[in-house]
Ligand binder design. Structure first.
Ligand code: ZN
Length: 297
């Protein structure tokens, strides 16, 4: 399977220019904007409004960072009018595929010098994507909301020629994100370096921006930690006496109970890399901030 997909990628890359039609949008149709994750989808829709068609082809049940698009999805990306990538090594698939440089926007390029390198962690799996590792460049860039604003600004710049309201829409989005950023800064100040644990190593930029003293395990919200996982956590807690764990999603009741039993409470801060079950990116971030404020009053 993998070999076949790679072969067709190579073929596409080799002969794509002449063989494939280069314009995806039909004459008179809206410019097509292909995006690598849900935050970029949300930014593109708010900034581009009805002037553009935003397409996010990753399935709802996979982490878009580790998603492997099929040939049809790759062709969609290659034929887009604008391709919005997260950058910071987010879309692992893009390293093996040729995308038209003139359409490609690395939305985190402006803060490349501030990327965080993760030294070591063991490989593990979540979802159907198979094993993966978080070592290398940390890629959950947008939960430092000032970085989210810079990414949204890159989206605005790339959509400005298609969307007359891009500037105005970006300004409104920016002020929404700034308000939440200020509240998180306040939480960080209140916490004053109190140890906290995270269920997964995706909070590096979040911890840096909001001055959180955070250490992560490699747990999943839907998986109840076994004895080995609990022992690993306890060994972290021996030196890093956290009273709270931040989860990427609503943890299983049993997990919450197991943590309660050792004096650790649970709070959700959903990075929202994929489409949420309800509401939109801003709703989810607001709920995150409210939960964090409640946990650390
Ligand atoms: Zn992971």
């Amino acid at each position: 399977m993998k070999k076949l997909a790679l072969l067709s990628i190579l073929l596409l890359a080799a002969c794509g220019r002449e063989a494939a039609p280069t314009v995806a949008s039909k004459p008179g149709g809206k410019p097509q904007v292909l995006v690598a994750n849900y935050p970029l989808k949300y930014f593109a829709q708010r900034i581009g409004g009805s002037a553009v068609e935003v397409v996010f082809p990753a399935p709802g049940d996979e982490d878009p960072a580790f998603w492997q698009p099929d040939d049809a999805a790759i062709t969609q990306f290659q034929n887009a009018d604008v391709i919005l990538m997260n950058g910071a090594t987010y879309s692992k698939w893009a390293e093996k595929v040729t995308l038209p440089q003139s359409k490609l926007v690395d939305t985190s390029a402006a803060f490349k010098a501030q990327y965080i390198e993760i030294k070591a962690d063991s490989t593990h799996s979540h979802g159907p994507g198979g094993e993966h590792s978080h070592s290398g460049t940390a890629f959950t860039t947008w939960i430092d909301l000032t970085q989210a604003i810079q990414q949204a600004e890159a989206v605005k710049t790339s959509l400005a020629k298609f969307a007359p309201d891009a500037e105005k829409n970006f300004a409104a989005l920016k002020s929404d994100l700034e308000a939440l950023d200020a509240r998180l800064i306040a939480v960080g100040k209140r916490l004053a370096n109190t140890p906290v644990v995270a269920s997964h190593p995706v909070y590096h930029y979040f911890a840096r921006r909001y001055a959180l003293n955070l250490q992560a395990v490699l747990w999943e919200p839907e998986t109840v930690p076994d004895d080995k996982a609990m022992e690993e956590l306890k060994s972290i807690l021996a030196k890093h006496s956290a009273k709270w764990m931040i989860w990427e999603g609503e943890p299983a009741k049993e997990s919450v109970a197991k943590l309660d039993a050792i004096g650790v409470k649970s709070v959700v801060f959903d990075p929202c890399g994929n489409v949420p079950d309800a509401g939109d990116f801003l709703n989810v971030m607001k709920a995150n901030v409210e939960a964090i404020e409640k946990a650390f009053p």
